[in-house]
Design a protein around this ligand. Sequence first.
Ligand SMILES: *[C@@H]1O[C@H](CO)[C@@H](O)[C@H](O)[C@H]1NC(C)=O
Ligand SMILES: *[C@@H]1O[C@H](CO)[C@@H](O)[C@H](O)[C@H]1NC(C)=O
Ligand SMILES: *[C@@H]1O[C@H](CO)[C@@H](O)[C@H](O)[C@H]1NC(C)=O
Ligand SMILES: *[C@@H]1O[C@H](CO)[C@@H](O)[C@H](O)[C@H]1NC(C)=O
Ligand SMILES: *[C@@H]1O[C@H](CO)[C@@H](O)[C@H](O)[C@H]1NC(C)=O
Ligand SMILES: *[C@@H]1O[C@H](CO)[C@@H](O)[C@H](O)[C@H]1NC(C)=O
Ligand SMILES: *[C@@H]1O[C@H](CO)[C@@H](O)[C@H](O)[C@H]1NC(C)=O
Ligand SMILES: *[C@@H]1O[C@H](CO)[C@@H](O)[C@H](O)[C@H]1NC(C)=O
Length: 430
Amino acid sequence: MRAMLRFHAVAAFLAAAVVATAHASAAFPKICTLRPLGAGRDDTDQVEAAIARCGHFGTTIFEPGEYNITRKMTWDLAYSRVDLHGYLSFQPDIEYWLNANNTYRVIFIQNQASWFVITGHDFVIDAHSKGGINGNGQPWWSYFATRTRKDGDGRPVAFTLSKVTRGVVKDFRIEAQPFWCNAVADSREVIYDGMYCNATNQDAAFAGQNIVPNTDGINTYRSDKITLLHWDITCGDDCLAIKGNSTNIVAKDITCRGGNGIAFGSLGQYVQFNDIVDHVLLEDLKLLRLDPQVQPNLVSGVYLKSWTGTVHGSPPTGGGGGGGFVSNVVTKNVLLDRVSRPIHLYQTNGGHSSDAPSKLQFSNMTFLDWTGTSQGSLLVDIECSPAAPCPNMRFKDVNITVVNGTTPTYKCVNVVSETGLPGCNVTGAA
Ligand SMILES: *[C@@H]1O[C@H](CO)[C@@H](O)[C@H](O)[C@H]1NC(C)=O
Ligand SMILES: *[C@@H]1O[C@H](CO)[C@@H](O)[C@H](O)[C@H]1NC(C)=O
Ligand SMILES: *[C@@H]1O[C@H](CO)[C@@H](O)[C@H](O)[C@H]1NC(C)=O
Ligand SMILES: *[C@@H]1O[C@H](CO)[C@@H](O)[C@H](O)[C@H]1NC(C)=O
Ligand SMILES: *[C@@H]1O[C@H](CO)[C@@H](O)[C@H](O)[C@H]1NC(C)=O
Ligand SMILES: *[C@@H]1O[C@H](CO)[C@@H](O)[C@H](O)[C@H]1NC(C)=O
Ligand SMILES: *[C@@H]1O[C@H](CO)[C@@H](O)[C@H](O)[C@H]1NC(C)=O
Ligand SMILES: *[C@@H]1O[C@H](CO)[C@@H](O)[C@H](O)[C@H]1NC(C)=O
């Protein structure tokens, strides 16, 4: 399979990048070591000073503990290694962070805010499964539980990679992300090997409700050759969200606990841009339902969505009308635990019934080796746009059981060609 070959090429490439980086830091053995200043003190200055001194041609070592971070921070890294044995703890001063002057807006899509940005090339950040970021999300979730949330409203992404080339993030933990856990934008040749994110509400006042929407595991945008290995994501939204111009993406060994599942999109929000998603391999996925008192949702295994062909207002909250395509996607070895609708594709996101149909086309998608359970009996619901019917939808060894024993149903609308789903209705296609 072509996607597999590409995966191995990417893995070999990244191994070379790590070796190169290790050599670089051996050749430039500048070392900065930090320890937390202690309760009530602000660590932001010392963290910035260490990265300024050792972030190029050097190694920065964070001893264990919590580092108090009180303002936005960018690390520019080149030929550099960071060993993060503790947590960068971003203080939950909500009013402060919501002031647009106090975050960065480096992720173009939906004008999302970031409080911590990594940029540069040829680096390794290794948190040794002992450190990372503490997002202190609980006050954020409780605050927004009774307020309107909007894309671009300033809730910060916990960990943003922007304009990175050849970067490695290893065994990194993000506790209680207030909003998206990760974003990678305008980057290439990045490997995330070991990532943990956990947005779990513990405010009893909201038990049984999903007050952690938008806590996506990652959004990828305008990025090429991004590899995600060994992820464990607890969230109330998209476990992974593959957005416009994500190409050569590999995700392997991904556990998603609660939320909406793995998303492609939304795509086509910006009328002036084509969103291209090409060559994506998702392999060894687990979608697990949580205790409904903790997180009521586990919607899909994989779902794909585009806006309609009509523009309704402008982004970040409105939009539509954008073109592009999604193609050459393989999902393989997927285990479902009581999802609502395993596979779903729709092209009416944010739309009205009288809208022009989307011109963004989905094609060449393979669903291989799916097992486990669904709460809904509609296992596959593929509703392609009449203006861009889907060719070449392939299903093989998709064997999902409906929990209450009802007979599974499948729906294929505007599908040009499909194999492997006996009885999936192929309608509306030219
Ligand atoms: C973080 O530093 C600020 C001073 O800028 C201080 O007011 C606050 O108490 C510190 N927070 C913690 C958790 O130490
Ligand atoms: C942001 O900074 C600019 C320039 O210093 C200032 O004019 C503006 O009032 C600030 N905005 C807020 C919301 O504080
Ligand atoms: C996520 O955090 C909650 C609350 O602290 C905890 O109960 C749960 O075990 C964590 N999940 C994982 C996978 O670590
Ligand atoms: C995606 O890339 C294509 C060219 O390959 C470009 O025309 C388009 O504007 C890009 N879309 C976005 C969202 O940047
Ligand atoms: C879909 O696959 C077919 C057959 O392999 C190929 O000819 C076509 O170019 C692919 N479409 C896209 C958009 O890559
Ligand atoms: C089984 O679940 C499906 C989907 O939720 C529902 O439509 C159906 O009525 C249920 N059947 C029984 C026998 O409970
Ligand atoms: C489908 O899965 C069920 C339950 O795991 C199993 O009993 C059955 O043999 C499987 N069917 C096929 C065709 O693999
Ligand atoms: C296919 O469509 C026909 C007519 O609309 C319907 O009777 C049948 O149940 C559908 N089959 C499946 C598997 O969804």
